[in-house]
Design a protein around this ligand. Structure first.
Ligand SMILES: Cc1ncc(COP(=O)(O)O)c(C=O)c1O
Length: 382
């Protein structure tokens, strides 16, 4: 009913109906493992909660509507969703991944799936010529993050999809940083979208989850089989928390983006900062692509400190409002050192991150308080 409504309306209503038993406006938490059958083989659409659960189904319908997909499968984490996509492949298949992706994604691909005969290589996804040159006869999948974690590089989704489809290759976009409020890769031709719903989609640092969204019915059938067979499913309460968070996604993304742009502009002129990376700044090398591809520029930004690693560690440990913590995308502002925290697992690889780079996840607190917090921590470095 709401799948063709505007985005903000879909965040509040899509996939959710007034509970027919009670009139409850909010989808209930169906905290049940199993369902009573009317007769053998006769039930109301649910037989066991690993296979399907009404709270999870409401979340899946809502996420499919937000990404412009036809189907969604929810998972216990973003990594469980990622792992499920890789299970489409067969031994000998090759996947091309960006040269800057979440460290846990790279770790799963290289440390685990290579043991089962899959191969992976990295390439700069901003460079179409380099992508074409890196294709192998066995390439089946291109794995895109845009913006990337943590360097905030962009890929032109429509252009990469066009190139991939010419070669019969599937494109999966990890849309965690942008969210469907900022960009909808399926509408640009991508085959699969995955999310860590732990981040902006749930938005409150209170749940870990993941999702896969597709248009194609046969991909959906395969992923539904894997979701049920492997069983890395989220519990009903986690689905309910995510649904609740989604209702304010549009408002939150606006606030995150407004705050992040103000902070990026402020820090760009700061004497302790060597470089600010934020897609919304004209100094970002792909700012024009960001303007074309993204409705807002998001809440993530990076700074490189003039004082190198020592200064970066100092900044991380001396903010008061920005909490020193992994994860991102929630209402609370967070700060971290990727080289030692979220991306420690890629040290010594092609994806290694400079130890003088600090990643900020800008929350929805008042921007003046956030700027004052960063200023007081940076003042000690001057
Ligand atoms: C871009 C991106 N994708 C996937 C993941 C993995 O998600 P999860 O932590 O929910 O398993 C993360 C986690 O930080 C991430 O940043």
């Amino acid at each position: 009913m709401y799948s063709s409504a505007r985005f903000e309306t879909r965040t509040v209503h899509a996939g959710q109906t007034v509970d027919p038993a009670t009139g409850a406006i909010v989808t209930p938490i169906y905290q049940t493992a199993t369902y009573v059958h009317d007769a053998i083989g006769v039930h109301k659409g649910f037989d066991y909660s690993r296979t399907a659960n009404p709270t999870r189904s409401a979340l899946e319908r809502c996420l499919a509507a937000l990404e412009g997909g036809a189907h969604c499968l929810a998972f216990a984490s973003g990594m469980a969703a990622t792992d499920t996509v890789v299970r489409l492949l067969r031994p000998g298949d090759h996947t091309l991944i960006g040269d800057d992706v979440y460290g846990g994604t790279y770790r799963l691909f290289k440390s685990e799936w290579e043991r089962y005969g899959l191969t992976f290589s990295v390439v700069n996804m901003a460079d179409l010529t380099a992508i074409e040159a890196a294709l192998e006869p066995t390439t089946r999948l291109i794995w895109l993050e845009t913006p990337t974690n943590p360097l905030l590089g962009l890929a032109d989704i429509a252009a990469v999809v066009q190139l991939a489809h010419r070669h019969g290759i599937l494109v999966c976009v990890d849309n965690t940083f942008a969210t469907p409020y900022a960009q909808r890769p399926l509408e640009l031709g991508a085959d699969i979208v995955i999310h860590s719903t732990t981040k902006y989609l749930s938005g409150h640092n209170d749940v870990v989850g993941g999702a896969i969204i597709v248009r194609d019915a046969s991909l959906h059938e395969r992923f539904a089989f894997l979701q049920n067979s492997v069983g890395a499913v989220p519990g009903p309460f986690d689905c309910w928390l995510t649904l609740r968070g989604l209702k304010t996604l549009a408002l939150r993304m606006q606030a995150h983006s407004t705050n992040a742009l103000a902070i990026a502009r402020h820090l760009e002129g700061h004497p302790a900062i060597a470089r600010v990376r934020y897609p919304g700044l004209p100094s970002h090398p792909q700012h024009e692509l960001a303007r074309r591809q993204m409705a807002v520029f998001g809440g993530m930004l990076d700074v490189e400190l003039r004082g190198g690693e020592t200064a970066a560690r100092h900044l991380c440990e001396h903010t008061r409002l920005f909490a020193l913590a992994e994860s991102l995308g929630a209402v609370e502002s967070l700060i971290e050192l990727p080289a030692a925290m979220t991306h420690a697992s890629v040290a010594g690889t092609a994806l290694a991150i400079s130890p003088s780079l600090v990643r900020l996840s800008v929350g929805i607190e008042h921007m003046a308080d956030l700027i004052a917090d960063l200023d007081q921590a940076l003042a000690q470095l001057l």
